[in-house]
Design a protein around this ligand. Sequence first.
Ligand code: HPA
Ligand SMILES: [Zn+2]
Length: 337
Amino acid sequence: MMNYFLTKLPKAELHLHIEGTLEPELMFLLAQRNHITLKYDSVEALREAYNFQNLQDFLDLYYEGAAVLIHEKDFYDLTMAYLKRVHQDGTIHVEIFFDPQTHTHRGVSMETIVRGIHRALEDGKRWLGVTYVLIPSFLRHLSEEDALKTWEELKPFLPFFGAIGLDSSEKGNPPSKFKNVFQEVRNAGLRVVAHAGEEGPAEYIWDAMNTLKIDRIDHGNRSLEDLELMAAIHKADLAMTLCPLSNLSLKVVADLVDHPLQELMDRGVRVTINSDDPAYFGGYLAQNYISLQQSLQLTKEQMIQLARNSFDASFITETHRIELHKQLDNFLEAYDK
Ligand code: HPA
Ligand SMILES: [Zn+2]
């Protein structure tokens, strides 16, 4: 009963890497279409490799898999498959990342990537009613110089983007490494988000707030280690995009019953539930709601609050936000009848 409710509950996804939605079946199909030989000889063998000890283990496979994406249609098909999938699960708004450098470094043009993803998002909005914000992210294991070059390549497409993010290998790559490029991003009027406190220390969250002036924290799990930081997050009213099944898969938490969402919520942080890289971590957005609700024994009211948080933490206009809340109100009214 609760699971059906959580599946149909209108919600927004705010932390999703589109390359992380590449299901093994589509990876094989694209490999064949583009005459690429994969290291694995079957979908099953590939899935069996999805057994990660940490973030880097995952990233190695994730970048390898993304190499099947070559043409505009590949990016379109990837994005459309994701939208169709989450549309079935009550997802009415998505804010999705893509990693330009993962593709431009293989010779794929920025135009190919952006046009493919953007066209699918526009079609998804028209056909499925799922609205969107698109967020290119810099890879933090690469240099700031490379991010600055990528920023130049992104410039012709700025009207397509609602924010710029920072992801990839966190440890040893603090946000301040990207101080100058994010200064330019903010000067251009774009919002800023950064992965921080997933594997990296609480100091990286301070750094993302003070140096990059982020508008939202991606992950943020380790903020609980620093009570002054917690107070600062609260004061700045910064939302967090938590990813329960990702945290479990990458051993950021040993068990979902240990997940920090409940404590963060109790401390008044605007937390949201997200799927991160669902093709690799074993569950799309609704499954993250379901698994976390079961593990933490969250109430129906708390789950509704988490869906509302996802609208309140999104980068949309007030009119749009009111519209999303109204869809939730209508659902609740019909559901209770
Ligand atoms: O969870 C993540 N962390 C950092 N980089 C990533 N790129 C895709 N997913 C992630
Ligand atoms: Zn992520």
